[in-house]
Design a protein around this ligand. Structure first.
Ligand code: ATP
Length: 270
């Protein structure tokens, strides 16, 4: 199927470079494919490879400036997934290594908007990400943030593996009743906003996963990060509404973020 649709790439045209990351299932290398700079994720285990082949089937149908673009796959001693190279790495490391003196609030809001637009696109395709977090957002050479890791993305909201859920990012109804939806992605997006405005801090600092589950269920919410614009914090709180229906949709969040951008940088809007 992949070969017919042009997603099967030619191994002889791939030049592998240095290791740039370690995923749960395999290493990530930078490289070149027919002159273009690429990232290559290699999965050696056959069973996992099958699952990833599914991930890429989802990815072939998605094209947006704020989603990491799939170029194709290579089947050779396992599976190689070839995507566009995001030279500035994941958003957590980007923010941690640069910090407040280098990255200003307009740039933070720009990242927030980038991710929101990518998610608005997934929302329009009725796709649920399920693992939205700053570690799964990558930054391009020109500092555009793009959503990656569609590993858990599914069209329907059933079947999941509870043990693997990223507790600090997962909505209460998804943790308790496995009810995943675009609105549970919105919850995760709220946590991601918190990560962005705290320059890559671990959410719910010093709290155990068990504690987070219990406290959040009881109504506890994280405080605003230092120097976070009040309008942005109020968006986080909307994302963390207990009732999924009351959380804003991504297209609403985008409008609100654009307004925040207008307040912050009257001269710098795109
Ligand atoms: P998975 O659970 O799917 O294995 P993961 O979250 O464990 O994913 P990967 O997505 O495999 O991790 O990526 C690991 C690291 O490699 C990332 O944090 C990032 O730093 C780097 N990386 C991954 N993809 C790219 C890319 N396209 N461009 C640049 N760096 C990348």
């Amino acid at each position: 199927e992949l070969s017919k649709t042009g997603w099967l790439l030619d191994i002889t045209k791939l030049k592998l470079g240095k290791n740039i990351g370690e995923g749960e299932f395999g290493a990530v290398h930078e490289g070149h494919y027919m002159g273009q700079r690429v990232a290559v994720k290699t999965i050696k285990c056959d069973v996992t490879a099958q699952a990833f082949l599914q991930e890429t089937t989802v990815m072939t149908k998605l094209q947006h400036k704020n989603l990491v673009r799939l170029l194709g796959v290579i089947l050779h001693k396992g599976l190689h997934i070839v995507t566009e190279l995001m030279t500035k790495g994941n958003l957590v490391n980007f923010l941690r290594t640069r910090g407040r003196s280098v990255v200003h609030s307009v740039q933070l809001l720009r990242f927030a908007l980038d991710v929101c637009e990518g998610m608005e696109y997934l929302e329009s395709k009725k796709l649920i990400h399920r693992d939205l977090a700053a570690r799964n957002v990558l930054v391009s050479d020109d500092s555009v943030a793009k959503v990656s890791d569609f590993g858990l993305t599914k069209v329907d909201s059933k079947e999941s593996d509870n043990a693997k859920l990223p507790v600090k990012w997962t909505a209460p109804e998804a943790l308790k009743k496995e009810k995943f939806s675009t609105k549970s992605d919105v919850w995760s997006y709220g946590v991601l906003l918190w990560e962005i405005f705290s320059y890559g801090r671990q959410p719910y600092p010093k709290m155990s996963l068990k504690e987070v589950k219990e406290k959040v269920e009881g109504g506890y919410r994280m405080q605003a990060p230092d120097d976070c614009p009040p309008g942005v914090y109020s968006l986080m709180r909307m994302c963390w509404e207990p009732e999924p229906r009351r959380r804003p949709a991504f297209h609403k969040l985008r409008e609100k973020l654009e307004r925040e951008m207008g307040k912050l940088s009257p001269g710098c809007r795109e």
